[in-house]
Design a protein around this ligand. Structure first.
Ligand code: MTE
Ligand code: MO
Length: 375
């Protein structure tokens, strides 16, 4: 069993898959903290967690046709200034379960909590690339590939890439991190080293980083070319070729009701109930507003927002929100809905039919939670 030596995990996850491990916290516990404790941070592994010997561990970096260099963890810590960035990671498959209810999709059936927020500490990818011989006028370099050390005899190692415009941008905040919330990076989250690509789907933030390659093209790996891509909502079944679709990088504006959870029976106070949740947009966009309705969309109320002060185009963190909304009493069906608007004035689509895709990625439709009320 290649999964024999998995790390111990706190019993706080809804487990979407055990081997490989895919787990997310319960919605109400997800939004208890603006910064997610390491023990509750969602985990998405595609392969067994590798065992890495820190004494022999080396990161290899190769810039196009230049000779490769290697760095130990000790060198990564001492040679490069440590930067910290607070950033939210969200799996592209977050909210896949709802998409699957509309029409079946393939992939692990994630709920609404495959998203978490942490402060990450480590070296700037840009600094390490420059140290390894990358120069800004290097026309050969268009994409940076990240290779994980996780492996499985049946599958290819985990490799994906991102464009150089993000990777080498001094304001892009891409880090090679060895600290998560001030503690050593946990095994499940990539010990001893992972990349964090803020504002971009979780899949590009490669864990257990073994090698970085600067190249003229995207990697041709399985995970870059056959996964983490979208499809049209009505593909010819079985005929859609994922090689024709562009990879997903930035995630669209999204918001979710985490409290109450579906099926709860609520007692309104002064004719109102409390509703709480999160909102997030990729690409550094902030959240301008979250609208909440408890009467099927006839009336909308703007929630109070709790956000981290970050600069324009570099808002990498989620926004938590809360609001009291008026509801009918003694109703066996109260539908609560939320939708967010981001700093580019992007809005969420109201229904799934127009954005449904084969792999169930990027479900950012209005989130709906059905509850009932007493008096
Ligand atoms: N990196 C490696 N090496 N192997 C993986 O399976 N999963 C990716 C990404 N990095 C993965 C990986 C996916 S799909 C996501 S959503 C994030 O890691 C999840 O990061 P987390 O487990 O720290 O939350
Ligand atoms: Mo993911």
């Amino acid at each position: 069993d290649p999964y024999e030596k998995e790390p111990a995990r706190a019993p706080v996850f809804r487990v979407n898959s055990l081997k490989p491990f895919d787990g997310e916290p319960l919605p109400h516990s997800l939004i208890k903290n603006f910064v997610t404790p390491n023990s509750h941070f969602y985990i998405r592994n595609h392969l067994p967690v590798p065992e890495i010997n820190i004494d022999t561990y080396k990161l290899e970096i190769k810039i196009a046709s230049k000779p490769a260099i290697v760095l130990s963890m000790e060198e990564l810590r001492s040679k490069f200034k440590k930067h910290t960035v607070m950033a939210t990671l969200q799996c592209a498959g977050n909210r896949r379960a709802e998409m699957s209810e509309h029409k079946n999709v393939s992939g692990s059936i994630s709920g609404v909590a495959s998203i978490s927020n942490a402060t990450w500490g480590g070296a700037r990818l840009r600094d390490v690339l420059l140290y390894a011989g990358y120069t800004e006028d290097d026309a050969e370099v268009k994409h940076i590939h990240f290779e994980g050390l996780d492996n499985d005899i049946a599958k290819e190692p985990y490799i994906v890439s991102i464009p150089i415009e993000k990777a080498a941008n001094p304001l892009g905040d891409v880090l090679l991190v060895y600290e998560m919330n001030g503690k050593e990076l946990p095994r499940d989250h990539g010990y001893p080293l992972r990349v964090i690509v803020p504002g971009v789907i979780g899949a590009r933030s490669v864990k257990w980083l073994g090698r970085i390659l600067a190249d003229s093209d995207e990697t041709l790996s399985f995970w870059q070319t056959k996964d983490y891509k979208s499809s049209p909502p009505t593909p010819h079944t079985g005929c859609f070729d994922f090689r024709d679709a562009p990879p997903i990088y930035e995630s669209p504006v999204n918001s979710v009701v985490c409290e109450p959870e579906p099926g709860e029976v609520l007692q309104p106070v002064d004719g109102e109930i409390s509703v709480r949740g999160y909102a997030f947009s990729g690409g550094g966009n902030s959240i301008l507003r979250v609208d909440v309705s408890a009467d099927g969309g006839k009336t909308w109320h703007s929630a109070d927002l709790h956000a981290q002060e970050q600069t324009p185009y570099r808002t990498w963190t989620w926004t938590l929100w809360e609001i009291k909304v008026p509801v009918l009493e003694n109703s066996d069906k109260v539908e609560i809905m939320c939708k967010a608007i981001d700093s580019f004035h992007n809005v969420q689509p109201d229904s799934i039919s127009g954005i449904w895709n084969l792999r169930g990625f990027l479900n950012n439709t209005w989130h709906r939670v059905n509850v009932s009320t007493t008096s």
